[in-house]
Design a protein around this ligand. Sequence first.
Ligand code: NDP
Length: 250
Amino acid sequence: MSDPAARRLEGRVAVVTGASRGIGRALARLIAAEGAHVVAVARTVGGLEELDDEIKAAGGSATLAPLDLADMAGIDRLGGAIAERWGRLDGLVANAGMLGVLSPIGHIEAKVFEKTFAVNVTATWRLIRAVDPLLRRSEAGRAVVLSSGAAHSCKAFWSLYAATKAACEALVRSWAHETDTLALRVNSVDPGATRTAMRKQAMPGEDPLTLPTAEDVAARILPLLFTEVTETGGLFNVRENRFTAYQKPA
Ligand code: NDP
């Protein structure tokens, strides 16, 4: 068990989506090790159960919430369940995402486009909508939404994924503007290339051992959930260790 004196999220409740593997699972473990109760969301029950075992072995606690984020009503029910049990939410990590397809824009199938937007964008909005009132009730609500460098580089064949991540950043910036007089702080994160299943799908020829692990990257994202955070609406680039502050509109 970690040193209670060092547990910087003691007594807090945090939702982590995409907690069955990759960056989300690593971050969920770290958040729990800091003393928060983690609500772990993903479709793969086996991955969630492994996470639960890891968290318990380290002296932490979690609630598993198996959910396909394409199920919008399910997201609303998740928000309702958190409201009923805790009456507030202290942390949100909107990490779940899918690559969709890397393809010339004219070759993307409509159903792939719609599914990728549903999971990456509509579900992120729906989750924000479901938990915004609960985060506002926290003394120091913190939200982190996973973006990507693709949102800005917009390389050939990356249009679908890039557009979803650009949309997520826009949601975060507007949300920050709506809430910047409150204790709530919301930020986007570009984790950079990370050794996960999604990166393998995008770059099958790449040697994964050349990339930072999900654990390395999660450790850099974790501080955005601490009460000390003052910035809101910004973008943290993990690879460059650079925080770009949000320029507040006039
Ligand atoms: P992984 O593919 O390893 O993990 C994705 C997670 O999202 C899984 O836990 C998966 O769970 C969950 N997920 C996907 N679809 C759904 C769904 N429909 N409903 C519920 N959960 C879902 O990805 P990474 O860890 O690499 O990526 C995490 C985030 O970081 C993503 O938003 C990604 O876009 C972003 N990112 C990653 C980079 C990288 O190099 N890895 C670079 C830049 C950004 P399950 O399948 O069990 O449902």
